[in-house]
Structures are given as structure tokens and as C-alpha cells.
Design a binder for this molecule. Structure first.
Ligand SMILES: [Fe+2]
Length: 257
């Protein structure tokens, strides 16, 4: 039968929407409560919706009963402090699973390549229903930061680099594309991440905000690209050697974030 997916994401796995006027909104992400949650770098997360409405970030499949990343429960104490973020996450009218703000400490392009991972949003997702994708709304004005998306974690031949100024809005099939963000800093980056179920509501939202694909890549010098690629290979080899020495199968690249 197959999953219901957005035609707009079919070609590349992502769309960039019109930019939101982030500067007109209060900095609600500074008011909400964060928990330590490791994902693709030095991070913390502030959930707005979680499996059971508690301030925690675990995958819904790790709860009892386990379920896919749908039907997130809004956390009243958080949404009261972040009404604009909540409104924006709910605007498409698509089903929301996890919804949270990520706080990412500064990193490098090489860190990003090592951190590239695929999400696990569709674990336990019933066949024939909507595929879960993710919205990324950049909150801080990270003029030198960019999202890195690849078809293949170690192959640089397909790499999209999407700029992350305040108000940048992306929707990404994060189970298909390997992804992580490069953030030079010096201050932490904040971004609202929402799991949405694909379907007519999300398609209409993408159309309303002129979702487009194949936007120009953020320019990065070839030296930095090459050095990052070499560093990813070096760290991958070091990790493989570490697990070999312990007599364990190497853990595959980090899933879920
Ligand atoms: Fe992720």
C-alpha cells in the first residue's frame, strides 16, 4: 500500500518555505524549560509536545504502549510560555508528534559531517498512513550557520547546504536524508523542530508558503569541504577501531534526534 507522502518532497527530500518574520516575536525559546538530550552535537531540548505531556524527549516508541511519532501531547506549562511557537507548530493543521526547541552549541562543518544521521520518525508507523516529516523553524539569527543534508552520509556528491537566518523555515524528510547543522556560534542556536504527518493539510501549508527545492547551496570553500570530509573519515575509522578493540560490532551511525 505504501505511505502517504508529499509530492513537494519527492525530488530532494526537503523544501524551503517563505521566511518568517521572526524578529517581530518575543524570544519565547529563552523562557521554556530544557532537558539534557544528546543529539548530533552538544544539545539540550525543550519539548512543547511529548509522548504523554511530560517534559521529556524520548521517542514515542520507547513508551508503553509504544507508538509512532504522532499524536504528541501538548505540555501546558511550556505552551503557556511559548504561544507563538505553539501556534506556528499547529498552523499546518497536520498531526503533530514530537515538538521541541533544540539548543545547539557551536560546532564546525567537520563536526556536522560526523554528526550526520537519519531520524526514526516512522518507526511503528502503520502502512497506508501519512509519512512523518519534520519542520525546522530557525529562531536565532544564525547568519553563518547552515543545515547540511545528504542522500548518503559519507558521499559528498549530493549535499544541500541551507542557510539558517532567523525565520528560516524548512520541511525535511529526516528519515530519508542524512542531516545535521553547522553552527559556528559563538552563541547557541535555537530551532523549533516539529514532527508532522504528511497529507493534504501539510501539502496545502507547503503550497501556501511557496515551498521550493533546490535552493542555492550556502557557499563553503573547497578547502573546508575537503577537510571536513577527511575529518569525518578519520573519526569514523577511530570509532570503528574503538568498537573492534572492544570486540563489539560497531554501532551504526546515530539514529534519531
Ligand atoms: Fe535528526
Amino acid at each position: 500500500m505504501g505511505y502517504i507522502k508529499s509530492a513537494a518532497l519527492e525530488e530532494t527530500g526537503y523544501v524551503v518555505l517563505d521566511r518568517y518574520q521572526q524578529e517581530l516575536d518575543p524570544k519565547e525559546w529563552l523562557d521554556i524549560e530544557y532537558v539534557d538530550w544528546k543529539s548530533s552535537g552538544d544539545t539540550r531540548f525543550a519539548p512543547l509536545a511529548s509522548a504523554k505531556g511530560e517534559i521529556e524527549c524520548n521517542g514515542f516508541w520507547n513508551h508503553v504502549p509504544p507508538r509512532t511519532d504522532k499524536d504528541g501531547v501538548w505540555i501546558d506549562s511550556q505552551t503557556a510560555l511559548a504561544p507563538n511557537l505553539t501556534r506556528r507548530a499547529q498552523e499546518p493543521g497536520a498531526n503533530v508528534g514530537r515538538c521541541r526547541v533544540i539548543e545547539l552549541q557551536p560546532n564546525t562543518y567537520a563536526d556536522t559531517l560526523y554528526n550526520l544521521h537519519q531520524d526514526d520518525n516512522n518507526r511503528l508507523n502503520p502502512d497506508g498512513t501519512g509519512w512523518v516529516v519534520r519542520g525546522f523553524f530557525n529562531l536565532t539569527d544564525d547568519k553563518d550557520s547552515f543545515f547540511v543534508l545528504r542522500d548518503n552520509r559519507t558521499d559528498p556528491s549530493v549535499e544541500y547546504r541551507i542557510a539558517l537566518p532567523a525565520g528560516a523555515q524548512l520541511i525535511v524528510d529526516t528519515q530519508r536524508l542524512w542531516h545535521a547543522a553547522t553552527h559556528p556560534g559563538p552563541d547557541p542556536r535555537y530551532c523549533l523542530i516539529t514532527s508532522w504527518t504528511s497529507g493534504p493539510e501539510l501539502d496545502a501549508y507547503i503550497e501556501k508558503y511557496n515551498g521550493r527545492t533546490n535552493v542555492p547551496n550556502v557557499e563553503v570553500s573547497q578547502d573546508v569541504l575537503d577537510a571536513g570530509q577527511a575529518e569525518q573519515a578519520r573519526r569514523d575509522a577511530a570509532r570503528a577501531a574503538y568498537y573492534a578493540a572492544k570486540g563489539q560490532a560497531e554501532k551504526t551511525a546515530m539514529s534519531e534526534a
